[in-house]
Design a protein around this ligand. Structure first.
Ligand SMILES: CC(C)(COP(=O)([O-])OP(=O)([O-])OC[C@H]1O[C@@H](n2cnc3c(N)ncnc32)[C@H](O)[C@@H]1OP(=O)([O-])[O-])[C@@H](O)C(=O)NCCC(=O)NCCSC(=O)C[C@@](C)(O)CC(=O)[O-]
Ligand SMILES: NC(=O)C1=CN([C@@H]2O[C@H](COP(=O)(O)OP(=O)(O)OC[C@H]3O[C@@H](n4cnc5c(N)ncnc54)[C@H](OP(=O)(O)O)[C@@H]3O)[C@@H](O)[C@H]2O)C=CC1
Length: 408
């Protein structure tokens, strides 16, 4: 067996490069050698990082230069009944975070939703996008390019779909800015989040655009996609799954469990999430949807950088008067761009796959796409619960004390 000490020494002497170790040893030994190297060079001990619970080789598609694993605590909240287009029945939601009080809060919100009979949720739009940018001489060539793309949509679809057995090209939306042409390709990527799939398929279609039009490809991603950046286009047009969840909470429950009133929560939502966010120039008209999305992403193997897209959530809270004069609370969240998958990316890693098992959503769905739709709907209900609980805590002035008690 190759000795990790020897490998570390050879890297230090410049005989081997740090990313070549898997060519000379099994994956766990390679990771061990890197830890030894880093420990010596930085005067540290990496015992906890090295104490991971899966074969390093299984993470090969997910990480380079592996030294171990970052272990984030994981808990569950719920169960909560979800009546979705794809999700159905009671679900526990696994969440991984380091923020004390977060799971308590979402758990409280889900408890309130459960007592109210559950939440409805629907994916209202689905399309993973990739938008390459092309150079043209000027507006005449831009118009010629756009016209060709519109006329030859079927040809481009055939080219794009030749690279995947699951993906379907839904749309190509052109945008022209001076001598730049952007083509925003949108795909149904079924149960995959789809960024690799969409990028590979779009690359194939771009070759055709270049060969048949005056346009020259500058970059396969031209930022109108828009991936991993806050962007109004995602908030308006959607990206990945656009999903809405809502629930009607009886006034008594708001009082008993959230220690406030429907009117107070509705006012807090308007002044904080709507007016406050508008004044701040925010794209996010919510309290902390990213908290639930981020924790669900870490637990289930999603691409954590895409939490930024989910932060554009809009939360609405309205007091609805009943005939008997009491007031219920209508609560909703709409996430315009929730990018999730149950196959591909980090979803195959052992802990993440087990977390998907908790939801009954590991792997491809029947029909394809239904598992990712269900995951989006359940995460949206989790976000709704987080909004209800936090707005309740703010309205009853419990936020600071909750974090004193649970978060420090
Ligand atoms: C902390 C609570 C829930 C207490 O709230 P409470 O009503 O005093 O708690 P309770 O002891 O009466 O329990 C009520 C329910 O809460 C849950 N619960 C209660 N404790 C636990 C626990 N230890 N573990 C798991 N679940 C717990 C549980 O569901 C329980 O029901 P039960 O099961 O007992 O029938 C409440 O005050 C709260 O939700 N506060 C808000 C905290 C919060 O949302 N923090 C996260 C976000 S803060 C942030 O990062 C974003 C921010 C604020 O900066 C964004 C912005 O600008 O708005
Ligand atoms: N390339 C890029 O620009 C970017 C990549 N990423 C990374 O991309 C990864 C995610 O890409 P993604 O394309 O989702 O995953 P993968 O690249 O892991 O590909 C998933 C593949 O699974 C196959 N598949 C099997 N069953 C199904 C099913 N039921 N539904 C859909 N596909 C199925 C498909 O193969 P087939 O196509 O042959 O049918 C699909 O292409 C993440 O690791 C992320 O971090 C993130 C941002 C940008």
């Amino acid at each position: 067996m190759t000795d990790p000490e020897d490998l570390a020494e050879r890297v230090r002497e410049g005989d081997l490069r740090i990313h070549e170790l898997e060519e000379h040893a099994d994956y766990d030994t390679a990771a061990h050698a890197r830890r030894l190297l880093v420990e010596r060079e930085t005067g540290t001990e990496l015992e906890a990082i090295g104490d991971y619970a899966f074969p390093a080789e299984e993470a090969d598609p997910n990480i380079e230069n592996m030294i171990g694993a970052a272990q984030v605590p994981m808990g569950v909240v719920g169960p909560v009944p979800v009546a979705g287009g794809a999700a159905d029945g009671e679900h526990y939601l696994p969440l991984a975070t380091t923020e004390g009080a977060l799971l308590a809060s979402v758990n409280r919100g889900l408890g309130v939703i459960r007592s109210a009979g559950g939440a409805d949720a629907r994916v209202t739009k689905n399309g993973m996008t990739r938008a390459p940018v092309f150079r043209v001489a000027g507006v005449a060539e831009a118009a010629e390019t756009v016209e060709w793309v519109e006329d030859e949509f079927e040809t481009l679809r055939a080219a794009a779909e030749s690279t995947t057995s699951h993906g379907e090209l839904l749309d190509i939306e052109p945008y022209v800015v001076g001598d730049s042409v952007y083509l925003r390709f949108a795909y149904d990527t079924k149960d995959a989040m789809g960024m690799n799939m969409a990028t590979i398929a779009t690359g194939e279609a771009c070759e055709l655009v270049e060969s048949e039009t005056p346009a020259s490809l500058v970059a396969l991603s031209g930022n109108l996609c828009s991936d991993k950046k806050p962007a109004a286009i995602n908030a308006v047009e959607g990206r990945g799954r656009s999903v809405t969840a809502d629930a009607l909470i009886p006034g008594e429950l708001v009082e008993d469990r959230l220690h406030t009133t429907a009117d107070a929560i509705a006012e807090a939502n308007t002044r904080k999430n709507l007016i406050g966010s508008a004044k701040a120039g925010s794209l996010g008209f919510n309290a902390h949807a990213a908290n639930v999305v981020g924790a669900a992403f870490l637990a289930t193997g999603q691409d954590e950088a895409q939490v930024v897209e989910a932060a554009n959530t809009i939360t609405t809270m309205d007091a609805r008067e009943r005939e008997d004069g009491t007031t219920d609370l209508y609560a909703s969240v709409s996430l315009a761009s929730l990018e999730v998958g149950t196959v591909g990316g980090g979803t195959k890693l052992p802990t993440q796959a087990e977390a998907l098992d908790i939801l009954g959503l590991r792997g491809g769905g029947d029909p394809p796409g239904s598992n990712a739709d269900a995951l989006a709907e359940i995460i949206a209900v989790g976000a709704l619960a987080g909004e209800l609980s936090l707005l309740g805590a703010l309205s009853s002035r419990h936020l600071a004390s909750a974090h004193e008690d649970l978060g420090r």
